[in-house]
Design a protein. Structure first.
Length: 398
């Protein structure tokens, strides 16, 4: 169980905490994933030491979320999040505990965790602490809320999105009572910041068993409380049924919006309501534009020049997967064969053109001329050659 190098690296951290007279454990996703034989990406450490005590034990620490009990420990060139055992009480706004109380008992800490498979702890000897039968649920591939599902989702509505996300990532069932809890509390998702829902939705949409997660997302009605999804059950179902494995989140969003029948000009508003980054919004809009034109026609050099290689390749992959085109165009090769990739690649620059025209200043004339040259070179009417472009400039002198 402790084989993974991330556990090995972190062992001295646990040892130091124990040496100072406190308890320390690996908790949460790393223990779950190690038991499943999956790779782990980071380790979370929980301790009976209070934040100030943790800061005393280690030379270098950073306060990252001290009000929640998390201290970042810098140790042997690595960083570790060390979180004090805590209980959370009386959630009044369905998303944040009103009061976080630090406690000395692991058992208390594990009670506040969302699902039994996430409520496992392991000490530095590899001994497991499992107060909620998480190992049985792991074995039966079941996602089950710790304690009363209804209460747990009522306390923190994000947990419902986490449940379907884990169903997508792990391919597990969600226990009946837990599903009932989701159904009953789905409307509380409205209280959660969209950014946090987005994180879970993207993980679900890109997960290996997304059909499994999305089916429950639909069945429990959770989707109704996500931005712009209420009227699009069919599109979501279709996305769930896809078996495509795509490289980027933008590609998944583009497919989804395509299924939702959203045109590239309306995409911005939909994606804004999901609070996606501007970069992602732009990428998805361009991918959608590609899907719509690929239904009608093949690529032109203007498309390739404007869109660039990265998105052209992604867009063509999508168009082909969605059967919008019967043959996949080798857009990467087409792009590489373009005579110029940007205006800067032109064999004559603005300064040189001005000199040829004996002009002191630039202006509209220059922009128009460069644009003319760009189009001609891109379409191979002119060769991108200094002499040929010089001749062209002189011939076009007014
Ligand atoms: P991942 O592999 O995606 O990181 P994870 O289980 O580690 O999965 P995190 O979000 O990193 O998920 O959270 C770490 C642990 O903290 C969880 O395993 C769970 O025990 C607890 N946890 C996280 N979010 C919640 C929540 N909203 N309610 C209760 N417990 C939570
Ligand atoms: Mg984690």
């Amino acid at each position: 169980m402790l084989k993974h190098h991330l556990f090995q690296q972190a062992l001295p951290v646990l040892e130091q905490i124990e040496k100072a007279g406190f308890e320390a454990y690996f908790v949460g996703g790393c223990v779950r994933d190690a038991l499943l034989g999956k790779d782990i990406s980071d380790v979370d450490i929980a301790t009976s030491a209070f934040p100030q005590e943790v800061k005393h034990i280690f030379k270098k620490t950073v306060d990252v979320g001290i009000e929640h009990g998390t201290v970042m420990v810098l140790f042997n060139d690595n960083t570790y999040e060390v979180t004090t055992f805590r209980t959370e009480s009386t959630y009044q706004d369905f998303r944040r505990p009103d009061k976080v109380e630090f406690v000395r008992s692991l058992e208390e800490d594990l009670k506040r965790r969302d699902f039994t498979i996430n409520a496992l702890a392991m000490d530095r000897r590899g001994h497991l602490y499992d107060f909620h039968n998480g190992q049985v649920d792991l074995h039966h591939q079941c996602i089950r809320a710790v304690g009363c599902a209804h209460e747990r989702f009522h306390e923190d509505a994000l947990r419902m999105m986490r449940a379907v996300r884990f169903a997508g990532q792990l391919g597990f069932e969600i226990d009946d009572k837990t599903q009932e809890g989701i159904q009953k509390n789905a409307h509380l998702l409205k209280k959660i910041a969209v950014e946090r829902i987005q994180v879970e939705w993207e993980k679900l949409m890109m997960s290996s068993f997304k059909k499994n997660g999305i089916d429950i997302f639909l069945k429990t009605g959770l989707y109704r409380y996500c931005p712009e999804f209420a009227e699009h059950k069919d599109a979501l179902q279709r996305l769930g049924n896809d078996v495509f494995v795509l490289e980027t989140d933008a590609m998944y969003w583009a497919i989804l919006l395509y299924y939702m029948g959203i045109k590239d000009i309306d995409a911005k508003q939909v994606l804004k309501s999901w609070k996606l980054s501007n970069q992602l919004i732009d990428d998805v809009s361009i991918l959608l534009r590609i899907l719509f034109f690929r239904k009608e026609r093949d690529w032109t050099v203007d498309d390739l020049f404007q869109i660039g290689k990265r998105l052209s390749v992604q867009g063509e992959t999508l168009a082909y997967l969605l059967c919008l085109t019967s043959e996949k165009t080798e857009v990467a090769d087409l792009y590489d064969a373009l005579p110029i990739k940007t205006v800067k690649d032109l064999a004559l620059n603005g300064k040189e053109i001005m000199a040829l025209l004996q002009k002191e200043t630039g202006g509209k004339y220059l922009g128009e001329l460069i644009e003319k040259i760009r189009v001609n070179v891109l379409h191979s009417v002119l060769e991108n050659d200094k002499e040929e472009l010089t001749r062209f400039v002189k011939e076009n002198r007014e």
